[in-house]
Design a protein around this ligand. Structure first.
Ligand code: ZN
Length: 238
């Protein structure tokens, strides 16, 4: 017998069969939960059992999600892609016309020529992310220039392997990592603020930290959020 119940937003598939013990499993890639149990057991007791293992279930689901995020993309239909911290499914729409990307409720539609290579698909999506970042950053800079008391001359977006952002204090120029389009928007804001504060203080010293505390009191938790999110395969210190 196969049935299903939910604990909050976690759905649990139940399979009752001729076995002796309860087996609880969390399956990739989405973290689907399944309990196999002896056929004499009733749903209420299995629900209590699942609730008692909720901490473990959530931990397994977090692990799977993190693994999935780190897997290199192949630009295939129904593959997960992220925008502003939210997960979308990629839909490939093949058509013989110039490529473009369209965002829908839960999908990213990549309109692309049928013969496009994986590299080409990546290029088109990266360019889309770049444009979204370039559209979002000027307002952030504008509102933080007053609060921090600095002027930014120029900003740019580029792929970086080891850093979320960089700053050239003399030129008052900041760069942000293209990957930030995939993270929650507050993470972008934190990096923009961090790089702007570097215009006042180049090093991660006490003065820098005091300036950050002064303008953005919750910067530590944003930094920790960013470090918890996999940056592909790189680590990032500050
Ligand atoms: Zn820094």
């Amino acid at each position: 017998m196969v049935t299903r119940f939910a604990i909050g937003d976690i759905e649990v598939d139940v399979v009752l069969k001729e076995i002796k013990n309860i087996h609880l499993s969390v399956y990739p890639p989405t973290g689907r939960v399944r309990i196999s149990a002896p056929s004499y057991m009733n749903i209420d007791s299995l629900r209590l059992y699942a609730i008692s293992r909720l901490g473990w279930i959530k931990k397994q689901q977090r692990k799977l999600l993190a693994q999935e995020r780190e897997t290199p993309r192949e630009y295939l239909n129904r593959e997960s892609h992220y925008l502003w911290g939210k997960r979308y499914l990629l839909k490939i729409v093949e058509r013989d016309a110039p490529p473009f990307v369209d965002l829908q409720h839960s999908s990213i539609l990549l309109h692309i020529r049928p013969d496009a290579t994986q590299e080409k698909k990546q290029l088109v999506l990266d360019e889309w992310y770049r444009q979204l970042l370039k559209a979002a950053i000027p307002d952030l800079i504008l509102s933080w220039e007053k609060k921090i008391g600095v002027r930014v001359n120029e900003f740019g977006v580029r792929k970086m392997k080891t850093r979320w952002g960089t700053c050239n204090p003399e030129a008052r120029r900041i760069w942000v990592n293209l990957e930030l389009a995939k993270k929650p928007q507050e993470c972008l804001e934190y990096i923009v603020v961090h790089e702007m504060v570097h215009i006042l203080e180049r090093h991660h010293n006490e003065r820098f930290i005091a300036l950050m505390d002064n303008v953005m009191s919750k910067w530590r938790s944003l930094r920790d959020d960013l470090n918890r999110l996999p940056v592909k395969h790189e680590k990032w210190g500050y």
